[in-house]
Each structure stands twice: as C-alpha cells, then as structure tokens.
Design a protein around this ligand. Sequence first.
Ligand code: PLP
Length: 377
Amino acid sequence: MVYLDHAATTPVPRDVADAMYEVLTEQFGNPSSQYGLGLEMKRRVGLWRKTVAEALGCEPQQLTFTSCGTEGDNWAIQAACHQNRRLGRHIVTTAVEHSAVLASCQRMESQGYEVTYLAPDSQGHITAAQVLDAVRPDTALVSVMMVNNELGSVYPIAEIAQGLKEKNPQTLLHTDAVQGFLKVPFAARTLGADLIAISGHKVGGPKGVGALYIGPRVRNPQPLIAGGGQENGLRSGTEATAQLSGFAKAVELRQEHLSQTLSHMADIKAYAARALQTIPDLILIGDGQSPHILSVSLVGWPSQNIVNDLGAQGICISAGSACHRGKPSHVVAALHLPKKVAGGVIRLSFGPETTQSDIDACVEALRRHHDSRLPML
Ligand code: PLP
C-alpha cells in the first residue's frame, strides 16, 4: 500500500500502540479511584498533559483533553460566544474552515448570531488585514484555522491576534490548529490565540483524542460536557486513558525528531510537486506553505474517478477533505476556479514515513490514469 493521506489520519507507530496496550491491560485504573491503580493513572494523566502542553508551548493547567479536534472546535466556539454574549452576536470566520468550525458557526447562526465568512483569493490566501477589516465592536469571536486541511495554506494567526488587540481587545480568537500542531512552528504562550484546538490522530496518535488550549483571557469557560467534573471540572467523562497515553507518546516521538521530520516532509512535498508537474494537464492548486499537504488538479479528469482508480491499485489519496466523501468540497468551491480545474482537485499529504518511491508510484499511476481515460469534465 502507498499511503499519501496523512492529513486524513496517520499510522500509529509501534511504540504508541505498546504504550496504549499497557494502559488497556495492566494500568487500566480509573484516575478517580482512590487506591493505587487509580492514583497511578491520575499521576500518569498529569504527565501526559505535561508532554502535550510542552509541545504546544503552554502550561499543563491550560490544556484540557477532549475526545477529538471536532470537540475542541465546538467547545471553543460555544465558550467564546458565551463569554462575550454581552459584547455582541457577531462572529468572523473563513469560508474554508473545517466543517467542525463551519457547522458550529451555523449552529450559532440558528441562535441569532451573524457570521461573516471570509473568502480566500484563488491561491487560498486569507490576510490578517482582511480578517481585521471584518471585525466590529460587537464581534464576540474570530475563528481562523492555522493550516487549511485541503490546501496546506498557513494563515497569519499571530498577526490577527496582534491586530485584534487594537481593533477590539475583547474579541476572543480561536484557531483550529489540528493541521498546524507539530507541522508549523508556534507556541501557544506567544501566539496570541485564546483557544487552540488540536487532535491526536494527525500526529501519529490514536483517533478519538484531542486537546483544547484555553488561554488566560478566557474566564470560567462553560463546559461542553457536564458530569463528574473530570479535567478540573472543564470536561466531564472518565478519562480515555489509553488514548491519552497514545497521544502523549506520539507527541513525544514527533517532538524528538521534529526538525528532521519537518524537513523530510518539506523535501518530499517539493519532490512530489516537481514529479507531478511532468504529467500533462496537471497543475498545482494554491501555494500552501505547510510541509505536509499538496493540492493539485488533473484538469478535466474528475477527482472521484482518480481517487477510486488509484485506490483500486492500493494508492491512498484524497479528493479533498475525507469528511466530505463524494460531495464537492466547499474549500475548492471557495477558490472560484474554472469548473474543469475545480473538478480535478486531489490532495496528497505526507508524514515521516513517506518515501520518494511512494511518490514515484503515485505519479506513475496518475500518468496512467491520464493516458488511459478520456477527460470527462
Ligand atoms: N480541523 C481540521 C483542520 C481537520 O483537518 C480535522 C480532521 O480532518 C478536524 C478539525 C477534526 O479533527 P478530529 O478528526 O480529531 O475530530
């Protein structure tokens, strides 16, 4: 198998699976239990929080574990709107956010909020000036993703945070950093965002675990999930200890080799971009700066057919976000590309395990697809 879909999810290294296995079978205590097994788990949850917090550049007490990136995004948006409910009912976001953010914003619309969806240019860029221009005295929340999951575009979060201080210091800033964490360098303590959502399964951890950074300007955040008061009263539900151990182990492994991994992914991306452009009718889409995501179009060839054809040969790529399955991607639509270009957009995404021969196999399969089938768009 050739796996070129690391933005959808990542393989779990053996050390991560081993750490989880031990927690599932031997150290299986409930961190709330008062005997040794439980107390040991409580201690370990503290260590795992410390590991993830260090990688995110924040204090452990500023990091709350969640069940996924989607939960973090939902919670951040609801908590920020709740805090600023007297300031106003306006949200600024972008048209190219992940559906975790878009659907949360739509929910706020149904509760009377007005949402401004900023459009990117044809390269996928969103500028800080564009965001700040849309901010008003009644803007409760700005939510802009750190790295776009389909294009790899990196958005200027620090610049937005800086500008917000002048434009409206009460507006809270959330960033969905699910594709940015351990891919582009940043530290929560200096970034300036108030809420930062991350996810385990994009960095070699298991699915079903994530975390939300809650900065000092967020006062008494309303829990999304009420119950037994775990996570310092902020996120109830018995801690998913095996997921947490896997998340922390994965973060530790990525941190250990971070600069090599990032330059490896950037080299692979550059190699792929060069090789793919030798295929007739293939063009690059956007100029995403993230090291792990490359978006291209085989102009005139429907992307779903490409994905199916390559999938049948054991080559895993995506026709946009894995969350859209089959439906046209709202991100590609927002670029306002000609129909033949938009219809042929595919995404390749890379991880530490990706090799040049993975890329060669994909390029050859795409060339065969181009040569053996008539364009249909
Ligand atoms: N945000 C972005 C940018 C993503 O790429 C994803 C997953 O694809 C999510 C949020 C959702 O994360 P999770 O799968 O952990 O819910």
